[in-house]
Design a protein around this ligand. Sequence first.
Ligand code: HEC
Length: 161
Amino acid sequence: MLKFVKSVAAASVIAGAVSMIGWQVHAETNRVKFPENLDHLVHYTTVRRGNVTEHIMTTPEAMDAVKSGRPIPAGTHFVLVDHRDGELYRYFVMEKGEGFGADYDERRRTADWQFQWFWPDKSVNMQENTARCQSCHRSQADSDFLYTAYRIPRFNGTPVQ
Ligand code: HEC
């Protein structure tokens, strides 16, 4: 009997561990990597809202693609650098990669884009479920899941406001 109780306790510990792992897979790191060279990205627009300032940037190659109506190439990052009261708060990153869409089912998929939230030390915010990012950005499917790409053609060296 005691043995049985022990094994039940062991089983519930294991079940707990499994559900922890399950949760991590859910709120997880995915295939998005923090861009190696932020300086390579062009800051094409700024969005201000109250105490929030968002600097939005991407690669020159992606900007050329948008301007000429070509698909944005695999390997592209879009980064939203989010400041609160002038202090760096977080980085929102979208990355497009070959086959990235295959990681998600149809209802969640945002073509080959994946999303991630990075803290200023570039660690991933493990509390965030990036399905939320995708569900909002899916409304922009007609502009490759991007909200501000339409501003890119107007960029002439000064971030579009
Ligand atoms: C409730 C809707 C919503 C959610 C949720 C959301 N976004 Fe966005 N995102 C926007 C809007 C709107 C913009 C345009 C900038 C603005 O108005 O703040 C944007 C802009 C961006 C951009 C700049 C490229 C672009 O589309 O213009 C990135 C990168 C980005 N979001 C990443 C993320 C990530 C990563 C998450 C989840 C951690 C996320 N977003 C969640 C609405 C959303």
